[in-house]
Design a protein around this ligand. Structure first.
Ligand code: WT7
Length: 633
């Protein structure tokens, strides 16, 4: 690969003084310039340990975070808050239909204890895997924390996944317990979840005990004799308490599967101490969550984003977490802003692709609500272009909230690259520097660091507490100075250490002799007035040209004039080699359930290849139209 065009200098935006003054971490905080050891010590201090760890890492080369510490994750999210905040709200839940439920810390503590007692009655032991197949309802969080309380591992499977996908995950984790529900409402109609869950249960070789939460209003779904009702099980354990099981910091807390955007999902296991310290610390320092805040991470609990920043971080920090079950545009496209206004959300964290959808729907939606409660905006999941970044800050953040663009992965457990909102200047389009205590480099194919401004692969060059168990094992087996973790993300680091992400390696587009990260091309397209979203893919069957799929704002149809403006602007920004074989207007990009653009699928459509595993796709109904317009180009 040669001569990638990398983004030019970025504008900088300073955090407002009023934010810095109140920030959890501000420039005067010693952690800002501290050595890694001191940062991760500080992270551990946010937790309550039964046996406090001596130091973050042992003196030898083994990578075992907080090795001699013991703790319980559920006790950290619940018990320790009872003394001072038992009547504070832990969970504010809003259902797809607008129903709301509130759980104080006392309520949540009680129900988690009852659920833990119920799981024990079923035979769940420390180390067993309990699979959860539930939509975003409080019972999901209760079950996760009940597992954590007794040292069982939760394995949360996205409620929209098929029986096949559930079966694979039950099978691979040898999970003998399944907590599911009778059904739930999606886009106004009832979905029968139990039949899907039963199909999966029947298709695995081992026995799976089903527990069923009643979510539908009536008894629309028939429960068989084998089904244990969640409510009945809990009733049998009213007001019982279960001692939190003491766990070593390195003991597993849960398993989760990666999202499968680029291929086969793989299993990731996270630890109790390292993971919890990492997510609590980043919730505190990056998302600036305070105990009195209502924090809204608008994701599904089933993704790592949900585990870390809907459940563990906000509850460990004693804040209120807002859980929303429904779709962002139901019943109307202002639903998100209605929620922010109604619940007076302080910190709002969401997918960057969701923000592009908000921009596409138009500013009248956020502008028709009072969003002044918002103090911080965060994004995750895909590179964000400066135009969308600014749109979000202006129309949702009122023009002055800090925006954090946070980079991390299922494998990393928590955020690794981001600005600290109370400390660092922001550069729209660039995620920011590595967090204090985190070491990164951009390296070439040989593993050598490249010069600032040159593109390569992002590598994390020393261990961090939230790393998965298998990464920790890999690092333990290596010489500490030699170990590094290469991600498949292509990136550039500038002179200030700020990282701009160019997109994933598998998505690189070569035009002429120049390799472009998809983000570079897409960002240039989104710059053009009238464009909301874009995805660029390589089309081998069309002589290796690049195809640009473009969605326009407010659903207007694209025309020749817009096409010309895009071509003109892109070649002006990125040089004459940056040319597309075709610009294809489509109403919606294909996205996964977790909001990532499935570029792999667009490439396959362009080439007429087989689509491979598309089970992660959220909007399969758009594929037909994309096929048609692609063929016509
Ligand atoms: C991949 C990880 C981490 C929670 C969400 C998804 C991409 C994530 C950013 C960002 C550019 C980003 C990367 C990464 N990604 N955040 N701020 N800027 N790209 O977790 O499903 O494991 O996906 O998401 O490609 O490798 P995941």
């Amino acid at each position: 690969m040669s001569g990638e065009h990398t983004p030019g200098r970025r504008d900088t935006v300073s955090p407002p003084a009023s934010f810095v003054e109140q920030a959890n971490v501000s420039p005067s905080n010693s952690v800002v310039d501290a050595e890694s050891h001191a940062v991760w010590e500080r992270a551990a201090e946010l937790l309550t340990w039964e046996t406090p760890p001596d130091q973050p890492l042992p003196d030898d080369d083994t990578v075992e975070w907080y090795a001699d510490g013991t703790l319980n994750a559920a006790a950290n999210c619940l018990d320790r808050h009872l003394e001072t905040r038992k009547n504070r709200v832990a969970i504010r839940w809003e259902g797809a239909d607008g129903d709301t439920r509130l759980y104080t810390y006392l309520d949540l503590h009680r129900e988690v204890n009852e659920a833990a007692a119920a799981l024990r009655e079923l035979g769940v032991e420390t180390g067993d895997v309990v699979t959860c197949y539930l939509p975003v309802i409080p019972e999901l969080v209760v079950t996760m924390l009940a597992c954590a309380r007794i040292g069982a591992l939760h394995n949360v499977v996205f409620a929209g996944f098929s029986a096949d996908e559930l079966a694979t995950r039950l099978d691979r984790t040898e999970s003998g317990y399944l907590v599911t529900c009778d059904g739930y409402y999606r886009r106004g109609s009832a979905v029968n979840q139990l039949t899907t869950a039963d199909t999966a249960r029947m298709s695995v070789d081992h026995d799976v005990e089903p527990v069923v939460v009643g979510r539908l209003d009536d008894d629309a779904v028939y429960l068989g004799e084998e089904h244990r009702r969640y409510e009945t099980l809990l009733d049998a354990h009213r007001n019982e308490t279960v001692e939190p099981v003491s766990r070593a910091a390195t003991d597993p807390l849960f398993v989760i599967y990666t999202s499968g955007t680029t291929g086969e999902p793989s299993r990731v296991t996270h630890t109790t101490g390292g993971y919890l310290a990492h997510v609590a610390w980043t919730g505190h320092s990056v998302l600036d969550i305070k105990p009195d805040d209502t924090h809204w991470c608008a994701a599904d609990v089933a993704w790592i984003t949900g585990h870390s920043y809907m459940v563990y971080a906000p509850l460990a920090l004693g804040a209120t977490t807002l859980l929303y079950e429904g779709a962002p545009d139901q019943p109307e496209k202002d639903r998100m802003w209605q929620l922010v206004e109604r619940h007076r959300v302080d910190t709002f964290y969401t997918a960057s692709t969701a923000v592009r959808a908000f921009m596409k729907w138009g500013e009248t939606h956020p502008e028709s609500h009072n969003l002044s409660s918002l103090r911080l905006l965060g994004m995750v999941g895909e590179p964000i272009d400066p135009r969308t970044w600014n749109w979000h800050r202006n129309h949702v953040g009122g023009g002055d909230t800090p925006v954090v663009d946070t980079w991390w992965q299922t494998e990393t457990g928590g955020i690794l690259v981001s600005t600290l909102p109370g400390v660092d200047d922001m550069k729209p389009g660039s995620a920011g520097p590595a967090l204090p205590g985190v070491d990164i480099a951009v390296i070439d194919e040989e593993g050598e660091p490249v010069a600032p401004g040159e593109s390569g692969y992002l590598a994390v060059t020393s261990p961090w507490p939230g790393m998965s168990q298998s990464l920790a094992a890999e690092a333990s087996g290596a010489n500490a100075d030699d170990w590094y973790y290469v991600t498949s993300d292509r990136a550039v680091i500038d002179e200030d250490g700020y990282v701009t992400f160019l997109g994933r390696e598998d998505d690189t587009v070569t035009v002429g002799n120049t390799a472009f990260g998809p983000a570079t091309l897409e960002s240039a397209i989104i710059d053009v007035n009238g464009v909301a979203e874009a995805a660029v893919v390589e089309a081998n069957e069309r002589g290796g040209t690049a195809l640009a799929y473009v969605c326009t704002k407010h659903g207007k149809s694209g025309d020749e004039q817009l096409r010309d403006r895009i071509e003109h602007h892109v070649s002006e920004r990125l040089g004459p080699t940056a040319r597309f074989g075709a610009i294809v207007f489509i109403p919606e990009l294909p996205k996964t359930h977790s909001g990532k653009i499935m570029r792999r699928l667009l490439g396959a459509i362009a080439d007429g290849d087989s689509y491979g595993d598309t089970s992660a796709l959220r909007n399969p109904e758009t594929v037909g139209e994309i096929e048609t317009v692609t063929r016509d180009e």
